[in-house]
Design a protein around this ligand. Sequence first.
Ligand SMILES: C[S@@+](CC[C@H](N)C(=O)[O-])C[C@H]1O[C@@H](n2cnc3c(N)ncnc32)[C@H](O)[C@@H]1O
Length: 386
Amino acid sequence: MSQAHLAYKHRVNLGSYYTPPEIVNTAWEMIAPYVNSQTTIIDSACGYGDFLKDCGQALTIGCDIDGTAIDVAKKHNDKTQFFQTNALCNVSREKFGISQQSDLIVVGNPPYNDKTSLIRHNIKDVDFDIDEDIACRDLGISFLRSYNKLEADVICVLHPLSYLIKPANFRLLKEFTENYRLIEGRLISSWEFPESAKHTPFPIVLALYQRDTQGMAYSFIRSFRFRPEGRGNFSLGDFDYINNYIDKYPKKRNRPTYVEEDVHRSENDNPLFFWTMRDINALKRNRTFVESYSTNTIVIDKQKLDYYAYIDVFKRNLHRLPFYFGNCDVLIDDNLFKQYKSAFISNTVRHHPFLKKHFQINPIETQQASSGLDTYFKLLLGEHHV
Ligand SMILES: C[S@@+](CC[C@H](N)C(=O)[O-])C[C@H]1O[C@@H](n2cnc3c(N)ncnc32)[C@H](O)[C@@H]1O
C-alpha cells in the first residue's frame, strides 16, 4: 500500500487513498491534448506525486499538507516544484507562483471526506483552516471550489459521481458549475482503491472539465453520457425512477395522523411501514418493509403498495446492477412493471407473508415468478445487466 506512512486515523482524515497507476495514466491521456509549453500542471493534493509526470514541456507543481508525503515526492521527482501546505487556505495562483497568464491544468485525486457523515465519525477530526468561500462539509467539494478560485483552465480529477448526480450536491457546486463544463467522465469503482474494497462500492468519476462561461445546468448532467470502463455508456436520462411514483422520504404529517388514529384502526386498516430510501447503495444496506413506525419510516400509501413491493424485489436483485448505479434512485420501467407485476407481488409475498392479504393479485409459481423477474431486469437494464 502506497500511503503506508500514515496511521489509519490520518488516512481517513486526510482522505489519503493513493491512486492506482492505470488510473493516473488515463488522466494523463485525457489532459494530453491540452498540454503545451505554456502550461502549468498542478496537483494540490499530490501525495507521493504520482500524477506529476515529467512531460518535458509543462511546468509541474505538487502540493500536499502531509510533510512526509512531500518528502517522498521530492525524492522521486526533481523536475517538479513541491509545496508542503494546506491547499484550501489562502487559495490563489500567487501562493504557488503561478502567473495569471499561464494556462493552468489541475490533475489529481483530492480527498473526499464528508466531515459530517457518520461513517468512521469517531476518528474524524479535520483540523486545518479552509477559506470561507470554499468551505463545505465535504472536503472534495472544497477542493473543486478551490480549482475555480485558481481559475484553472482544465481540470482532470477523480471525485465521487454523487457530487454531480445528486441534485443537492450539484447545488453545492454552484460557482464551480457556472464556470466549468464536463467534457468527459469515466466511471471507476471505489473498489479500484484497495482500502475501499471492504465497503459497498460507490462510483467515482474521472472527470475532465474545461473552463467555460456557459457552465452547466443539472439537465446537462442528466443527459451526459458517462463511460464506465469496459461497457458502453450510461446516462441518467436513459431511465425512469421510482421517486416519480412514490414518496421516498417520510412526510412529517404522517406521524400524528398515524398515532392518533391507530388505536381505533381495525386489523385491515393497520398501517404498513417502509424504510426510507436515499439511493441504491442505501437500499442495499437497509430493510424495506418494517413493522413499526420511526423517524426513518414512510407510512405506505396503500394505493401505491405495488411500487413498494417493486422496491422490495429490486433490493433482492441488486446483484444485477453494476457499481455505477450505486448513487442513483431505484430504476423502473413502469409499463414493463405492469406486465410483470404478478411476478413481483408473488416474490414479495413469499418473503413477507403478512402482506398477502393486501394484494388482490393471486401469487404465481415461484419458478414462473423468477423467470418473469429475470426477463424484467434484463429488459430494464439492457447492456448494463450484470
Ligand atoms: C486521495 S489522496 C491522493 C494522493 C495522490 N494525488 C494520489 O492520487 O496518489 C489525497 C491527498 O490529499 C492530501 N490532503 C488532504 N487535505 C489536504 C489539504 N487541505 N491540502 C493539501 N493536501 C491535502 C492528503 O494528504 C493526501 O495525500
